[in-house]
Write a protein that binds this ligand. Structure first.
Ligand SMILES: Cc1cc2nc3c(=O)[nH]c(=O)nc-3n(C[C@H](O)[C@H](O)[C@H](O)COP(=O)(O)O)c2cc1C
Length: 123
């Protein structure tokens, strides 16, 4: 797949099969996230892989947008590690997270895996 075919192929999946994800495919997705650029290369992004039955049960209580995914990746930033502007009240961790998650989503498409970016969590 060329890059332009890849970006056209990606779409939000809202119904997943319960087929387990091959570890090498998951590793390729995580590696793409790891290689994403971050402000000043501070790498404040942390990715939590939720795949256990207990973890999935917890995810179902946190969001209605679970869609039966066999694996959930939680992208987070460490606010102690993100870049802070020296004079202004500005940080770059959220951008770093978004870039890493986008890398991961496109890598998943490249591996033949479906994804859906979910922001809606029950407060
Ligand atoms: C920041 C962001 C938050 C999103 N949150 C959700 C969400 O909570 N639930 C959901 O089903 N889709 C969510 N989406 C997916 C969008 O609805 C979807 O990307 C958009 O409708 C375009 O469709 P496509 O991904 O199939 O191209 C989110 C996407 C982004 C970029």
């Amino acid at each position: 797949m060329t890059f332009s075919e890849l970006v056209k192929a990606r779409y939000s999946v809202r119904k997943f099969s319960d087929k387990p994800i091959e570890p090498e495919k998951l590793n390729a997705v995580l590696e793409a996230a790891r290689l994403a650029p971050t402000a000043k290369n501070l790498q404040p992004v942390h990715v939590y892989v939720v795949a256990s039955p207990q973890g999935m049960e917890k995810m179902r209580t946190l969001t209605p947008c679970h869609y039966g995914a066999p694996v959930v990746l939680i992208f987070a930033k460490n606010t102690q590690e993100e870049w802070h502007h020296p004079q202004e009240d500005l940080t770059s961790g959220s951008e770093d997270v978004a870039i890493a998650a986008t890398h991961a989503m496109l890598a998943a498409t490249d591996q033949g895996l479906g994804t859906c970016w979910v922001k809606f969590f029950v407060p």
